[in-house]
Design a protein around this ligand. Structure first.
Ligand SMILES: [Zn+2]
Length: 254
């Protein structure tokens, strides 16, 4: 498909509040209209993050999840209603997102991701947003992104805290930052709980960074980990460097 070189009057009106911004002009809006995002997970993070990106004018979103909607999801997963319980998450999410913005091309992939499917899912993608809920999946997505040379915006939230990091090709990866996961916090929302607002805060920050990157080419969280504490409402930004012995992103010295 040819890149979009202009927006319709309806789109101009829809996005007028951000096109007005000195920081975000028509050029940024067009870049967003031509951007292709893969979002993994249509849960507490994926719901708000997808909604923000679609409302803002993202051109293409591929949403992947394998779960069905449960009543306990409704407390924080904004796109789902009581009547949706039992339906596949991606199907309902894409249905609702398309109602919100007819200009975004949406693709629902009802699939538990694995190493075999990831290369195909990543093939035509500019940026990955990971909103999966466990270390093993995040680690697998990281490896696939390194191999496919696609930047990864990884987010996690639990209880009253969350974190985000941005990984660009050749500059370090999730494994450089977190190691092999042996010391990983393995808590999940199903066991530990999560406040309705925690996922919304972290998903909003993740979507915000995605807009900065896709529209403006900026990456303030490149090689940085943002940690948000929902009790003190403070956030810290920690720097990290590429690990030159990383088995995922550093080639062995021959
Ligand atoms: Zn690495």
């Amino acid at each position: 498909m040819l890149p979009k070189s202009q927006l319709t009057n309806s789109e101009l009106l829809r996005y007028s509040r951000q096109i007005l911004l000195p920081e975000w002009d028509m050029d940024a809006q067009l870049k967003l209209a031509n951007a292709r995002v893969l979002m993994i997970g249509a849960g507490g993070l994926g719901n708000p993050a997808a909604q923000i990106l679609v409302r803002a004018g993202l051109g293409f979103l591929r949403l992947v999840d394998f779960d069905s909607i449960e009543e306990s999801n409704l407390q924080r997963q904004f796109l789902f209603q009581s009547s949706d319980v039992g339906l596949p998450k991606v199907e309902v999410a894409v249905r609702e997102l398309q109602k919100i913005n007819p200009w975004t091309t949406l693709e629902a992939v009802d699939l538990k991701i694995d190493v075999d499917h990831l290369p195909e899912l990543l093939a035509d993608i500019d940026l990955v947003l990971d909103g999966s809920d466990n270390f093993a999946t995040r680690d697998m997505i990281n490896q696939a992104c390194v191999q496919a040379n696609v930047p990864l915006l990884s987010a996690a939230a639990i209880g009253l805290e969350g974190q985000i990091a941005f990984f660009q090709p050749e500059q370090g990866c999730y494994r450089c930052l977190f190691g092999n996961g042996l010391n990983d916090d393995t808590r999940q929302c199903a066991e530990s709980g999560v406040l309705a607002s925690t996922t919304a805060v972290i998903a909003s920050l993740q979507a915000h960074h995605a807009l900065l990157y896709l529209g403006l080419g900026q990456a303030p969280l490149a090689n940085r980990l943002l940690v948000w504490n929902g009790i003190t409402m403070q956030q810290r930004v920690l720097k990290f460097a590429k690990d030159h012995s990383c088995p995922i992103c550093s080639r062995p010295v021959s």
